[in-house]
Design a binder for this molecule. Structure first.
Ligand code: PMP
Length: 362
């Protein structure tokens, strides 16, 4: 056994790094990014503002101006506090680290966003996945039983869920909150595309935190997420936050975006409309045995099931189109592909290519 093998944690050695598929030159429909980019006139203005960044200084300890801009655009309850993170990914990690000692349970319906389980593992927490029903709705009796058996410190509810696009019912969220002995995180990464949010009720219960991100709205490259909860929860989770975790360039860029938020909201509206068109078009795909299952989505992606999904994924890749094959991630996702909603023209390009790919591999 080499020095490195004796030194690096065995579970780290046994794990693969988070894989981001190479995408240079491809139509990238695998990561729920906003394809539209910032309008050119706004980009020019932002460039002016970025010149004011004091890159020789650490960021101010509290991003107060950013928070004020956020509160002006988003209905965050006044008495709630906000914690910013380097993407909501970082906040997921911080929440688990602040709550869990080794062996403590973190619970979530599955399939769901993979980082809940990954960060649990790095904290030596015990991730408990509770299978959704085959139509990806919540199996409430199983959830309540698992909560009662495992007494989780943290429950993650992606609302809407990734990769299914399905949104829980609000009454189910409340039932889970009331049954959970720890913190319930309502992860609203896709809120801009959903008709629902739990934000207004975040202070109604003693154990809720709402998580949001700017990634899906058109600022994935800026890496900014935020948590909203009562001051006491934020104060504790803030203790495990690395200093200066949100850099000065990100603060300026996102504050600028918030000051021009109508442009981003308009883009999100367009994607919602395109999602509905794409969903209907996917239902019309012709497969060898006629089977196409398309799941209605409340997010900026659509999950669908077709025969030979892995082969279709490869054929699409050969045509320069990257989607996400999720068929191996969970038994309920067998033969499923997830595609990000894009512009009308790119969606059309994808639809033609996916039908060709299905025909090729049949
Ligand atoms: N939550 C959910 C449900 C997600 O799907 C994602 C990204 N795919 C994230 C959180 C993380 O987003 P980010 O770190 O870019 O804010």
């Amino acid at each position: 056994m080499s020095l490195l093998q004796k030194t690096i944690r065995a579970d780290v050695q046994a794990t693969n790094a988070y894989v981001v598929a190479p995408s240079a030159g491809m139509l990238k429909l695998d990561a729920m990014e906003n394809p539209q980019g910032m309008p050119a006139a706004l980009l020019d203005k932002l460039a002016q503002q970025l010149k004011t960044a004091e890159l020789n200084r650490y960021p101010a300890p509290k991003a107060l101006e950013l928070e004020a801009a956020l509160r002006a655009c988003t209905a965050i309850p006044k008495a709630a506090h906000v914690l910013f993170g380097n993407g909501s990914d970082e906040l997921i990690d911080l929440i688990i680290r602040a709550c869990c000692m080794p062996g403590d349970a973190v619970l979530s319906p599955v399939p769901t966003f993979v980082m809940y389980a990954v960060y649990s593992q790095w904290s030596h927490a015990r991730f408990v996945g509770v299978d959704l029903n085959p139509d990806f709705t919540l199996n409430m009796p199983a959830m309540l039983k698992a909560i009662s058996t495992n007494q989780p410190k943290v429950v993650f509810l992606a609302y809407p869920n990734n990769p299914t696009g399905v949104a829980l019912r609000e009454a189910e969220i409340v039932q889970i909150i009331e049954a959970t002995p720890g913190l319930v995180v309502v992860d609203e990464a896709y809120e801009a595309f959903a008709d629902a949010s739990f934000m207004a009720r975040v202070l109604e219960f003693p154990n809720v935190l709402v998580l949001r991100t700017f990634s899906k709205l058109g600022l994935a490259g800026a890496r900014l997420g935020y948590a909203v909860a009562s001051p006491a929860w934020v104060e504790q989770i803030d203790k495990v936050r690395p200093p200066y975790n949100v850099n000065v360039l990100t603060r300026i860029a996102v504050q600028f975006a918030l000051e021009h938020f109508d442009a981003f909201e308009a883009q999100a509206k367009l994607l919602r409309e395109q999602r509905d068109v794409l969903t209907e078009s996917l239902k019309n795909l012709k497969t060898p045995n006629g089977d196409v299952e398309v799941f209605d989505s409340y997010a900026n992606f659509v999950l669908f099931r077709i025969p030979n999904a892995l082969e279709v994924f490869d054929a699409l890749k050969n045509k320069g189109i990257l989607v996400k094959y999720v068929g191996k991630a969970h038994p309920l996702l067998q033969n499923c592909l997830r595609v990000t909603v894009s512009t009308e023209q790119e969606n059309q390009q994808f639809l033609v290519a996916v039908q060709q790919s299905i025909d090729e591999v049949a």
